[in-house]
Every structure is written in structure tokens, then in C-alpha cells.
Design a protein around this ligand. Structure first.
Ligand SMILES: Cc1cc2nc3c(=O)[nH]c(=O)nc-3n(C[C@H](O)[C@H](O)[C@H](O)COP(=O)(O)O)c2cc1C
Length: 331
């Protein structure tokens, strides 16, 4: 087992914001909604991140966008992530959201989706480090929150410029940089390359958050050790598994790592998650949005594929509770 370092157990300063630990829940569109962020926070995530929000949509006053930045004091500190490509639009969006309740302003420079990159947004920003600096500066000048950026290893294998982009962000006034060790061309496939995280850490004076393939305590410790990063960010492995944060938090603080939850606990969490989601969004929307989460919680359960099919036809919380007690009576 890797030896923990004293600093790993200490809070981390991101600009004016102190986060209590080193385990960060990543932004994930369609996953990191308010309910799930609260559960990840409860389980030990020191910082939770919202799903990406279009800076332009904020400026245009899109009503659906408003729901995306709803927060709860219990999840603080929380990071709000914007995507876009025009510094002046970012500046205007910062002004509009200034009165909202969030702690850190993050800029998406990693989204690989063609609809986003085709618009010169997300990971496409990495093609233009000078623009990165301008965007960060515009946000720093128009927001009272610390500004952070989330980048990738590069756009593709021919353009591995994470260090250059991170330096541009730092020059623009960023307070931290998160690095996902894959290129845009890789999307989410293949193994994340952590050497680029180490290179960014080496080059920057602001905190660096490592991201890519953190799946539990062991990989979190290994990423901290191999890259020297200041915190680790987990995305996919947190789906249906908010407990990952109590494991990472304990490991980095040098405490015994809690056991993975038994099936009974998983089902209880699934039902509590569904209940919270329905309270927040209403039963119709809540139950629909719960389908993806439920599938993740049940991963590895006997008969999971069949039960997932049934969950997709369930429309009320009561029916979901009945289905769970019938399919997994031990829970
Ligand atoms: C479904 C899904 C949605 C995502 N949405 C966002 C997003 O809104 N903003 C962002 O910066 N990254 C987003 N990501 C990328 C993750 O934050 C993370 O960088 C990536 O999944 C690698 O981390 P992992 O190996 O821990 O999953 C998303 C990833 C997935 C799988």
C-alpha cells in the first residue's frame, strides 16, 4: 500500500475557498444533479461539481438552464461549470449568476461531444491557449468566485498541450486546474495517462486536480503518489457508488478504508436517492431520471439486466419500493 503524505489529510485551498479533503466529485451531465451531489457530499466528497451549463443559454435567459444551477447549502462548497467560447459571453453570464449560491466557477475545456466542439467549445478551446487565457481573465474579472478550468491531456495525439493550456489558465488568473488524462480524440476510451497530470503539476503554482480512472481508494492513492496532484476527481466510478468518496477520503487521510456497502445498503441508498429526487423534481420527472441511477446502483447484482428492464416501466416511488422488495427481499 502507498504511504500517505501528511498534506493529503489537510484541507485544500482553491482561491478563497477551502475544501475539507482531497476527493472531488466530477461534473457529469445527466448524473451530477443536486440530489446525487448531496449524496456524494454526505459520503465524503470535499467538493462537488454541477453539470455543465451553457454560458450563452444563461445570457439568453433559458428557463431550463436555471434548474441546473439550483444548489443546497448542505452541498457547499459546490462548483458551477460553464461552457462556451466567447470571453464577452462568459463575462455577461458571470454577472447574471453572481447572486446565485455557488462557491467556485469552473470552465469546461474537456467536453468531447461534436455538438459542443463543433461550436469551438469544450475541449476545442484547447486548440487556442491564448483564448483560454482571455476566457479565464474575463471570468476572473466578472465573478467574485475563484475560477478553475477542467482540461484534457490535449485535443488529439498530435496536440498534447495540457501544460500550455494550464499555464494559460494560470496566467489568466485561474485558482486551480483539473486535468483529465485522455485526449478529446479518445473520448472516454482507453486508459487515462496520468503523466500529463504530473507534468501540469510540475509546471503550475496553483493546485492541480487529477482525473481519469480513479475507481476507489487504491487508485486515488496511486494517482496522488504518481502525479503529485493536490486532489483527485472521480466521475464514472461514482455512478451508483457515492461510497467511493468515503473510501478515498479515508485512504488519503491515512484512516482505515470502509468496506464496500453490502447489497442491503445499496438498495436502501437507491430508494433514498429516488425519494430525494422525486421530492426535488416531482414524481414523474424524478422516477424517469432515476432509471439511469438505479441501473448503476444495481450493477453486479444478480438478475440486474432483467430488473433494470422492469425499473424502466415503473412510474411511482411506491412501485419502485415494491419491485425492490420483491426482487431483492434480503435487502
Ligand atoms: C456521462 C458523463 C457526463 C459528463 N459530463 C461532463 C460535464 O458536464 N463536464 C465536464 O467537465 N466533464 C464531464 N464528463 C467528464 C468527467 O467529468 C470526467 O472527466 C471523465 O469521465 C473521466 O473521469 P473518470 O475516469 O473518473 O470517469 C462527463 C463524463 C461522463 C461519463
Amino acid at each position: 500500500m502507498t504511504e500517505t503524505r501528511p498534506a493529503w489529510g489537510e484541507p485544500l485551498q482553491i482561491g478563497s475557498v477551502t475544501i475539507s479533503g482531497r476527493a472531488v466529485f466530477a461534473p457529469m451531465a445527466g448524473v451530477s444533479d443536486l440530489t446525487f451531489r448531496l449524496l456524494c457530499k454526505e459520503q465524503g466528497a470535499a467538493l462537488v461539481c454541477m453539470e455543465m451549463i451553457s454560458a450563452k443559454a444563461i445570457v439568453y435567459g433559458n428557463r431550463r438552464t436555471r434548474e441546473l444551477w439550483e444548489t443546497d447549502p448542505a452541498e457547499a462548497p459546490v462548483s458551477l461549470q460553464l461552457f462556451g467560447h466567447e470571453p464577452e459571453v462568459f463575462a455577461e453570464a458571470c454577472g447574471i449568476i453572481e447572486k446565485e449560491r455557488f462557491d467556485i466557477l469552473d470552465i469546461n475545456m474537456g467536453c468531447p461531444v461534436p455538438k459542443v466542439t463543433g461550436n469551438h467549445e469544450g475541449s476545442a478551446l484547447m486548440k487556442d491557449p491564448a483564448l483560454i487565457e482571455k476566457i479565464v481573465r474575463a471570468c476572473v474579472e466578472h465573478s467574485s468566485r475563484p475560477v478553475t478550468v477542467k482540461i484534457r491531456k490535449g485535443f488529439d495525439e498530435e496536440h498534447l498541450n495540457a501544460v500550455e493550456c494550464a499555464l494559460a489558465a494560470q496566467e489568466g488568473g485561474a485558482s486551480a486546474v483539473a486535468v483529465h488524462g485522455r485526449t478529446r480524440a479518445q473520448m472516454y476510451s482507453g486508459q487515462a495517462d496520468w503523466t500529463c497530470i504530473a507534468a501540469v503539476k510540475e509546471a503550475l503554482r496553483i493546485p492541480v486536480i487529477g482525473n481519469g480512472d480513479v475507481t476507489g481508494a487504491e487508485s486515488a492513492l496511486r494517482m496522488m503518489e504518481e502525479t503529485g496532484c493536490d486532489a483527485v476527481m472521480a466521475a464514472r466510478a461514482a455512478r451508483g457508488n457515492p461510497w467511493i468518496f468515503r473510501e478515498i477520503d479515508a485512504a488519503l487521510k491515512g484512516k482505515p478504508v470502509p468496506e464496500r456497502p453490502v447489497r442491503k445498503e445499496v438498495i436502501r441508498m437507491l430508494l433514498r436517492h429516488a425519494d430525494m429526487l422525486c421530492r426535488q423534481k416531482g414524481e414523474t420527472i424524478g422516477m424517469r431520471q432515476m432509471r439511469g441511477h438505479a441501473a448503476s446502483y444495481l450493477s453486479g447484482f444478480p438478475g440486474a439486466a432483467r430488473v433494470r428492464g422492469k425499473i424502466n416501466r415503473v412510474n411511482t416511488l411506491e412501485d419502485l419500493e415494491q419491485l425492490m422488495s420483491k426482487e431483492y427481499p434480503y435487502a
